[in-house]
Design a protein around this ligand. Sequence first.
Ligand SMILES: Cc1ncc(COP(=O)(O)O)c(C=O)c1O
Length: 365
Amino acid sequence: MSIVLSRRRVMQTSGGAATFAALSAPTAAATTPKVIRLHLNENPYGPSERAKQAMQAALDDGWMYDNEDVAVLRRLIAAKEGLKPENVFICEGSTELLRIAGLIYSGNGKELVAGLPTFTAMLQYASRSGGQVKWVDLDANKKLDLSAMESRVTEKTGAVYICNPNNPTGTVVDSRELRGFIEAVSPRALVLVDEAYIDLVDTPEQTAMAEQVKLGRNVVISRTFSKIHGIAGLRVGYGLARPDIIRRLEEMRISVPNRMGLRAAIASYQDLEFLDFSRKMVRASVAYTSSFFDSLKVAYTPTQANFIMFDTGASSVDFATYMREKSVLVNPLFEPDDTWCRVSMGRMEHMEAFATAARAYFKKT
Ligand SMILES: Cc1ncc(COP(=O)(O)O)c(C=O)c1O
């Protein structure tokens, strides 16, 4: 389940991880949803036609155990990144990778440095495995404060979590600064760079940190097929790292993605037309929603992802509750900003429905 922070909720041990939105999400089939899902940063255009055809063709192979699809996907990703298959870890959604890294690198008395707010899958697992999260507030522009994060690294630090673009703010850190940060910090602690939204940023070649793996640094780059590829429900993600780090992750893996997910991922990875289309659609929704917020003078963060964080001006839970009554799901509760809320980019008609309901709310309050 997609989870974004609350400091309090990360510390809770049972069930506290579920977000307001997750708790309120209906379980009905999502093909023709009665509710508008703008709470989990999904891509409503997925899966692509090619991914669907690949799954259809895979149906007859469902009876076999076989890791050949994993090998194919590893090779494809390695070739694109200029790495070797031994640098690629295929997992059941990037959440599996984040959890394993949380357990190995920041459980058992170790510390994990992370921004506040940020995506918490790794943080929750670390704290449940006996680690401690060291929170670092975002800077005035709601970006990760890399120098403040570096200053929190001690001999107890097992890992630093950098979500770039950061969820829930959508903000991106300066690439040169991040490279300097990795160079300085990675000899002392693992730097995990979560690039779940990397395909949506303005300059992916500059922003992506895969070359840090080639440089042999102590880093893991986490990616997912759940966002631009639009196959969140099929659970496929991957990590890039040095072979020795990949081996440690492999030792702790819980599962491998199923054949349908792998075949869909293999097809989608090569479907550049679909990725381009999705990117354009997300950007159109961002432009529409940003001008909607401008028209109401609502503050929001400059996003490079498929969601926008904005200030409701009062309780974000009240806002989300109102929106849910209008059948629009959004994600509130981003400590320390309890008035800020996150809305994911859906299809244009979804954003229009969001704007209609939100306008009525803001007029009323
Ligand atoms: C920053 C970030 N990382 C990872 C994930 C988890 O993705 P997956 O579906 O690959 O487990 C999400 C999901 O919302 C996310 O926002």
